[in-house]
Design a protein around this ligand. Structure first.
Ligand SMILES: *Cc1c(COP(=O)(O)O)cnc(C)c1O
Length: 362
């Protein structure tokens, strides 16, 4: 048996074992062509098949109607923070942002380099981390878009419903929770995600958008940074990150074979309940960092009552085969990332370990 860690890494993160095994099988000889998928042209019929099928699978899993396009771009979600205002924030408009944490902040800061911005709503300034109520989100009439970060990977908070924005296009950074649950994707004009959390390996950023939303850009936008360039060329304008797209293809097939988004959601709720219940039943030994109504089913953030205990927790967890439980360097404390590919057994083992650690240290 292959040794597999209890992998709670935040990103790059766990991939389904079946996907890794299939990739291993096809590594040297992709579908009998005597070459790896990495060794062939992105203009070959084999790669075009991977490109088209991956686009199709993603639209299908998201349940999107026609009119949406899928792009495989480079530069990470961080490049999307710039491409969005560069392409969409014109002089007479404002870019509206919901401020929910570190990632929303980065997107918002980047937009300020290009034009006028508007703070549509913010999380609590102090106290437990939360997602603002939908009723508190204000969207100006001249908004080019409203940008939300559906899951704040560092804070461990997640939107449970999305705002109705009327005629204002809704954009979602779903880097850390795309395909983790069913939701009405057609509410969004554009969704984007760095693949390395819940979709595949690093190196590819997925953009799913209404074609009409991305068709115009200001003249000065460089060719590679114009959405329309990639749309017109079916995401094959220049050499794509072919191996990363290929792994995303396998991950999407894995999700489909396992029952799609509603099954992913059910599993993620069950997995995270094991850990959240352990936190809530610990009599204050463990404390969640997010308010209960804003908790994420992808990133569980929590703390212990002293830094010393947290250090001991990390050390012992590592000795017991757990990986990635240290909180993000900007906030400290503890975090367990429970993406689709993290099995129930890993979460069960973590909950058991947490209970045992409390018994010995409580
Ligand atoms: C990780 C992350 C990003 C940054 O992704 P890169 O691909 O590293 O640029 C952006 N937004 C969210 C919500 C993330 O979790």
């Amino acid at each position: 048996m292959t040794k597999r860690a209890y992998n709670f890494n935040a990103g790059p993160a766990a991939l389904p074992l079946e996907v890794l095994q299939q990739a291993q099988q096809e590594f040297v000889d992709f579908k009998g062509i005597g070459m790896s998928i990495m060794e062939i042209s992105h203009r070959s019929k084999e790669y075009e098949q991977v490109n088209g099928e991956t686009q199709q699978l993603l639209l299908e899993l998201l349940g999107l109607p026609s009119g949406y396009k899928v792009l495989f771009l480079q530069g990470g979600a961080s490049t999307q923070f710039a491409m969005i205002p560069m392409n969409l924030l014109t002089a007479d408009k404002v870019g509206a942002y919901v401020m929910t944490g570190s990632w929303a902040e980065k997107a918002y800061q980047e937009a300020q380099l290009f034009g006028e911005t508007f703070l549509a709503a913010s999380s609590n300034e102090s106290g437990p981390l939360n997602i603002p109520a939908l009723s508190d989100i204000r969207v100006p009439d001249n908004a080019a878009y409203l940008h939300v970060t559906s899951n704040e990977t560092i804070a461990g908070t997640q939107f449970h419903e999305f705002p109705d924005t009327g005629s204002v296009p809704l954009i979602g950074d779903m880097s850390s929770d795309i395909l983790s649950r069913s939701f009405d994707a057609s509410k969004f004009a554009m969704i984007y995600a760095g693949a390395q959390k819940n979709l595949g390996p690093s190196g590819v950023t997925v953009v799913v958008a209404r074609e009409d939303f991305l068709k115009d850009s200001p003249k000065h936008v460089p060719t590679m940074l114009r959405y329309s360039t990639h749309i017109k060329n079916d995401s094959l304008y220049n050499t794509p990150p072919a191996y990363s797209v290929y792994i995303v293809n396998l991950v999407l097939k894995w999700i489909k074979a396992n029952g799609g988004l509603s099954v992913m959601e059910q599993r993620n709720i069950e997995k995270t309940a094991l850990v959240y219940d352990t936190i809530d039943n610990s009599g204050g030994f463990y404390e969640g960092l997010a308010t209960k109504d804003s908790r994420s089913i992808m990133n569980i953030t929590f703390k212990l009552q002293s830094e010393e205990l947290e250090k001991a927790f990390i050390k012992e967890s590592e000795a017991n085969g757990f990986v990635g439980l240290k909180g993000h360097r900007s906030v400290g404390h503890l975090r367990a990332s429970t993406y689709n590919a993290v099995p129930y057994e890993s979460c069960k083992a973590l909950a058991d370990f947490m209970a045992d650690f409390q018994k010995r240290n409580g």
